[in-house]
Ligand binder design. Structure first.
Ligand SMILES: CCCCC/C=C\C/C=C\C/C=C\C/C=C\CCCC(=O)SCCNC(=O)CCNC(=O)[C@H](O)C(C)(C)COP(=O)(O)OP(=O)(O)OC[C@H]1O[C@@H](n2cnc3c(N)ncnc32)[C@H](O)[C@@H]1OP(=O)(O)O
Length: 200
């Protein structure tokens, strides 16, 4: 299971809410990974589809408006969202960040390597959250360029770095990298632009 107090640093959830929610998301991630491993008979799949539908039906009883949803809580580092990739931050300064991440089986493209789209989503989330904390809040990705330098293995602890290179008016230019030991797996370069009211 998870260590919730550590993941919900600036969010609005209580420790008990974060603990329970991250626990549920962790169980859901395990389901996603397991689905990528199996080849069950049709009758078993039909039975289990009903069980999954029952969980969704039960959760729908607790639907709330966008601002109140636990999955939108900031400071969760991807851990409180069913689709985002969870990561950890170990060092943080005004302009740089060091952390770690491990892609799971549900993020696999093939041959034990991460799907390129999952890598891009990770960079968007990491760099966007970093900009919202250390650059300018309420910014949107204007561009995000990813270079896939080497394969990115799944189920392996990778080093994650990000830095704010410069801020010009509403524009924050950032870079990020993902490495497996000395091997650079992927690099990203992005521009985030602070939106102006009444932009959504
Ligand atoms: C998968 C599920 C995820 C669910 C997540 C759930 C919960 C998360 C909760 C909280 C999130 C917390 C933190 C954030 C985490 C992640 C961040 C993700 C962010 C995104 O994923 S967000 C979606 C993708 N993103 C868009 O949907 C943007 C669509 N777009 C626009 O909204 C406009 O396009 C905008 C606002 C970008 C600019 O529009 P605008 O009208 O305000 O300003 P304008 O066009 O004048 O540009 C101003 C200056 O930027 C330059 N500029 C603009 N674009 C450029 C480009 N492409 N290349 C080079 N320069 C560019 C201009 O050249 C000018 O430069 P200058 O001032 O020097 O002339």
């Amino acid at each position: 299971m998870s260590s919730p107090g550590a993941v919900c640093e600036e969010g609005q959830l209580s420790a008990a809410q974060a603990d329970a929610f991250v626990g549920m998301i962790t169980a859901f991630r395990d389901l996603q990974s397991t689905l990528c491993l199996v080849a069950p008979p049709p009758e078993t799949m039909t039975e289990l589809t009903g069980a999954i539908e029952n969980v969704a039906t039960r959760l729908k009883e607790f639907e709330v408006g966008e601002g109140e949803r636990f999955a939108r809580d900031l400071g969760m580092r991807g851990q409180g969202h069913p689709v985002l990739i969870p990561y950890r931050v170990t060092e943080l300064s005004e302009t740089s960040m060091l952390g770690s991440v491990s892609f799971g089986l549900a993020n696999m493209g093939g041959d034990g390597t991460a799907h390129g789209g999952a890598i891009t989503m990770l960079f968007d989330d990491v760099l966007g959250t970093f900009v919202s904390r250390r650059g300018q809040p309420d910014s949107r990705t204007a561009f995000l360029k990813v270079d896939y330098r080497n394969i990115t293995p799944v189920n392996r602890e990778l080093r994650l770095t990000a830095s704010i290179d410069r801020i010009e008016g509403r524009k924050t230019f950032v870079t990020g990298a993902l490495a497996d030991g000395d091997v650079v797996c992927a690099e990203a370069e992005a521009l985030f632009v602070r939106v102006l009211p009444p932009q959504p």
